[in-house]
Design a protein around this ligand. Structure first.
Ligand SMILES: C=CC1=C(C)c2cc3[nH]c(cc4nc(cc5[nH]c(cc1n2)c(C)c5CCC(=O)O)C(CCC(=O)O)=C4C)c(C)c3C=C
Ligand SMILES: [Fe+2]
Ligand SMILES: [Fe+2]
Length: 361
């Protein structure tokens, strides 16, 4: 159990909102990548291979080499303020807090945590609880639920609660892959880009992949990604030939969700497609997977295969309509928690009812 403040009668209870993102290394170096990758790839939600098989692979083949390779990629996209994923998550947190302050009579405390690395879910939840948050709404920053992203974030929340004697009440948001505000923000982002740079022959929606086996075992992620893609395409009035949903970031040799983004880009390049635009709706913040794998690597694959123009459309990041959607999702899930306390009259009536029930015995 973690140490906790003494309970004090009459302490006003606060409400908190905790945004959770995946996590990122502290620096673009092999030294910082090693513990990050070790923690990430030791999670049973992420790697479902039995430990006696996975452990030698992780320690013998991945951890000796991947930290250096990944660090070189992170170095290409690192911002002066730090890792893009963290920078955008911090900005979104501050903007959401600001927006809730101007949209609610009593604004909640807003914090963010990372499922891997820092600030950890356990530390931030403890801090919020110690500051008096007795009710916490958890919003993972993954619009499409997957066991390896949202599921793992929820595990971290419940593991932290397990260590608390005086737990806060918890509400969780599972997903918002078809939230009208999220779809409109994605479509608006693409439309704004096209108004400035012209439009492509084909739009690719690239989502982070997961092992194909997880779909067979009941993970709904694949369906949610397709629904997001379809709704955004409808909002943009695209025909089915004008867009495609693909999956990126395959890890290891097992089959992942198909079609693979890299293969699709190569095929489109070989077919001498004039212009491809690509957007990553499953990431609300730009990060390694979008800025390096899609914007840099993807362009290389497409153009080297024979394609002409390649445009990467940035994530929602700090767009106003996305922050408004996050505000709507938060407010909808705070209903009942930040309503005014029941009046003395209502409390008196409840007391009388309780007395009447007691008197019946
Ligand atoms: C959008 C949701 C994500 C899902 C689902 C997801 C599943 C998943 N990821 C890996 C392996 C790696 N992912 C890595 C980076 C990474 N992954 C996500 C999101 C999802 N992953 C993000 C936002 C990031 C970028 C973090 C950043 O710092 O910018 C990495 C680390 C980088 C690297 O070395 O390539 C790995 C490894 C698996 C195996 C998996 C599902 C089973
Ligand atoms: Fe990932
Ligand atoms: Fe990747």
């Amino acid at each position: 159990m973690t140490a906790e403040p003494d309970y004090r009668h009459g302490t006003p209870s606060k409400t908190g909102v905790l945004l959770i993102n995946l996590g990122t290394p502290d620096a673009p170096t092999a030294k910082a990548l090693r513990p990050y990758l070790k923690e990430f790839l030791s999670n049973r939600r992420v790697i479902e291979i039995p430990r006696p098989i996975w452990w030698p692979i992780l320690h013998g083949f991945i951890l000796p080499f991947r930290p250096k390779q990944s660090a070189e990629k992170y170095a290409l996209i690192w911002m002066p303020e730090g890792s893009p994923l963290k920078v955008h998550t911090e900005r979104q947190t501050a903007l959401l807090a600001q927006s809730l302050q101007s949209n609610m009579t009593t604004a909640p405390v807003v914090e963010y945590a990372m499922n891997i690395g820092s600030p950890s879910v356990a530390n931030v939840l403890n801090k919020m609880r110690n500051e008096g948050c007795d009710r916490i709404l958890v919003i993972p920053l993954f619009p499409q639920y997957a066991a390896s992203s949202t599921g793992a974030a929820m595990d971290a929340v419940f593991a932290a609660l397990e260590q608390m004697r005086n737990m806060p009440a918890i509400r969780t948001v599972k997903q918002y892959h078809d939230h009208p505000g999220y779809i409109a923000a994605l479509a608006g982002n693409i439309r704004d880009y096209w108004n400035q740079h012209g439009s492509p022959d084909k739009l690719i929606f690239s989502f982070h992949g997961v092992p194909r086996k997880t779909l067979d075992k009941g993970d709904p992620y694949h369906c949610f990604c397709h629904k997001t893609g379809r709704l955004v395409a409808e909002a943009l009035s695209l025909s089915s030939e004008q867009y495609q949903v693909c999956f990126q970031s395959r890890f290891g040799r097992a089959e992942w969700l198909q079609p693979y983004t890299a293969q699709t880009l190569e095929d489109l390049g070989r077919a001498h497609t004039n212009r491809v635009d690509i957007v990553c709706p499953g990431f609300v913040s730009d990060c390694l997977e979008t800025l390096e794998e899609i914007a840099i690597e993807g362009k290389k694959i497409f153009t080297e295969a024979g394609g002409k123009e390649y445009h990467y459309i940035p994530c929602l990041n700090e767009r106003g309509d996305w922050i408004e959607t996050l505000t709507d999702i938060t407010r909808a899930n705070l209903q009942g928690w930040l309503e005014p306390e029941p009046s003395d009259e209502v409390l008196e009536q409840s007391k009388q009812r309780a007395l009447a029930i007691g008197a019946q015995k």
